[in-house]
Design a protein. Sequence first.
Length: 231
Amino acid sequence: MKPNERQQDRAQRVGLFGGTFNPIHRGHLQVALDVRRQLDLDVVYFIPSALPPHKSTGKLAKAEHRLEMVRLALNRQPGLDVCSLELERTGPSFSIDTVRLIKSKLSRTQLLVFLLGLDAFMEIHTWKAYDRLFEETAMVVMSRPGSGLWSPTTRQEVLAYVQTHISRAYAPESDGTVLTHHQKQRIYLVSVTPVDISSSQIRARIQAGASIDEWVAAPVARYIHQKGLYS
């Protein structure tokens, strides 16, 4: 089921995972599966961005190539799907606009969460209408690659950041893994499996003529080779 179709069945628990996916790799899939399992989501939509306003992406493959690589990577992955809405409109890909558009397409959503990594979250005050974003969707902040676990120090750093830049009314629940607010939506601090690879490292390996088979799905590797991407 696509987010450009109104859902008429039971209320859904939906995750939104945006990024350039330049290219998509096994780390992207793993963290999405981790979040889906831990929050019992029905589906996580991967949303390739057209013109990311907050990120320098190096050599950015054309949108149609990145979209096709996501489709190939997600093939037969239960609970993971692709959403092309950001590529279908012009201009920069602002998250607030994407979330509002997707919410208008999903008629029955029990829970909507927006997935992003810790480093990206800690810059969210620079995003367009960032304060409104916390009214529109819950947030999932994923742990950094490394141990894959949240330390008490890092949780405290996130809480301090949220109270400084978002709202002082955010407070942790008893175990510290969820920040709650009386008017805004929740912020979930989720531990994900550490996968020590990045899209930039994969692009560098391609330019060096090294194998990427360990890091990307076989159909994606074939597509990159066939289209001569990143070389």
